[in-house]
Design a protein around this ligand. Structure first.
Ligand code: HEC
Length: 221
């Protein structure tokens, strides 16, 4: 992918915004080496080198969390303060912002309470699996040590209720799973998962479970 903007982490938490790849090449080497792993952020435009991370290595959790923070700061630099304020206002407790939908009476059913209990158990298992994957740096195919929760604690800023919607990064109308896959490929530097991959389905289930009661607003940006 061509990156119109290249951002590199400096030793601290600040970023140098470089207008041209040529310039980036010129300063390469002031920290780490050109062989450091580079990741693309969720906007699909910004890229960031992870100082000291070589291909095949994986960051320990604490360092990965720092790097995730740095990646978010790079995203902030590209998006502007207004967008950032919105992001910040939601993390980390998105579920508490939910305005619960009015209770709808259950449908008449021939199934028993025991049936329902067994279904719920199955559902909970699936969501728990999604939770595990969402918090794992490797089980969705990520290669850097960064996991979803590091940028989206408790499902914050994932907005599953706004899908389907047109996503500029994807150049198409996306479903939630497309965006999950996008973040697997970019900040986590993993491989696209097939749509029927049980891991993708489980993460989708977990994310949706964090937004119970939030009104559906397909297309909302
Ligand atoms: C380094 C931080 C980072 C990591 C790690 C990350 N994301 Fe994201 N994610 C973002 C940012 C930033 C955006 C916003 C992109 C935009 O709208 O421009 C985003 C967007 C999304 C969206 C779309 C949100 C919306 O408003 O429509 C979903 C869904 C999502 N991420 C899920 C995930 C999942 C699942 C994972 C783990 C596989 C993950 N993300 C990992 C930073 C991250």
């Amino acid at each position: 992918m061509e990156h119109s903007i290249l951002k590199r982490a400096t030793a601290g938490f600040s970023f140098v915004l470089l207008g041209a790849l040529a310039l980036a090449g010129a300063v390469r080497g002031d920290s780490g080496t050109s062989k450091d792993v580079t990741v693309t952020l969720c906007d699909g435009e910004s890229a960031m080198a992870i100082p000291g991370l070589k291909p095949g290595e994986i960051l320990p959790r604490e360092r990965a969390q720092e790097v995730a923070g740095e990646m978010l700061q790079a995203w902030r630099a590209s998006q502007g303060e207004e967008r950032w304020a919105l992001w910040r206002s939601e993390a980390p407790a998105a579920p508490s912002q939910a305005s619960p939908a009015a209770a709808v009476p259950g449908q008449p059913t021939k199934f028993t309470a025991r049936d329902q209990m067994l279904w719920k158990r199955e559902q909970d298992k699936w969501i728990a699996e999604g939770y595990k994957l969402y918090h794992s740096p490797t089980d969705l195919g990520g290669t850097t040590g960064v996991s979803c929760d590091m940028c989206h604690p408790d499902g914050s800023n994932t907005h599953p209720e706004t899908y389907p919607k047109y996503q500029v990064q994807l150049k198409k109308t996306a479903l939630l799973r497309d965006m999950i896959n996008w973040c697997i490929q970019n900040p986590e530097k993993g491989k696209l998962l097939p749509e029927d991959d049980p891991r993708l389905r489980a993460v989708e289930a977990y994310i949706l479970s964090t937004r119970k009661g939030v009104a559906l607003e397909p297309g909302k940006h």
